[in-house]
Design a protein around this ligand. Sequence first.
Ligand code: CA
Length: 148
Amino acid sequence: MANAKHFLTDAEKNRITDAIKIAENNTTGEIRVHIENHCNTATIVRAEAVFNMLNMHQTKNRNGVLIYIAVKDKQFAIVGDEAIDHSTPIDYWTALCNELAVNFKNGNYANGIVAIVEKVGKELHRHFPLLHTNNPDELSNEISFDEN
Ligand code: CA
């Protein structure tokens, strides 16, 4: 498995960024994807640390969702801020992570990530539909990488 930064081609990174942009079109919610090599602690603990590091709690409606991926350790976690977390059963995120794990096992990296982004987008739309035309992009749509 290539390093976190290189395991996706530029075209695949763009596809994921575009999927995030589209997923955020109909919701006030925000989605970010973070990819690194290793997760040296409990996956959810590390994912929450990344969530804070990316200042993802700084959204107006507290509905940012982080898709966390440690590529070499094949660890996945999805962390939602308090508003979306209260609206969604915890096993929903776990089920999505399991789906992502299956896709990774089959080598469907970019497609697997895009599929998860689309599903998280639908969940955000369900709980946080867009009620105004004003929908600022509160968190970057670019994938965040860490070389650890
Ligand atoms: Ca965004």
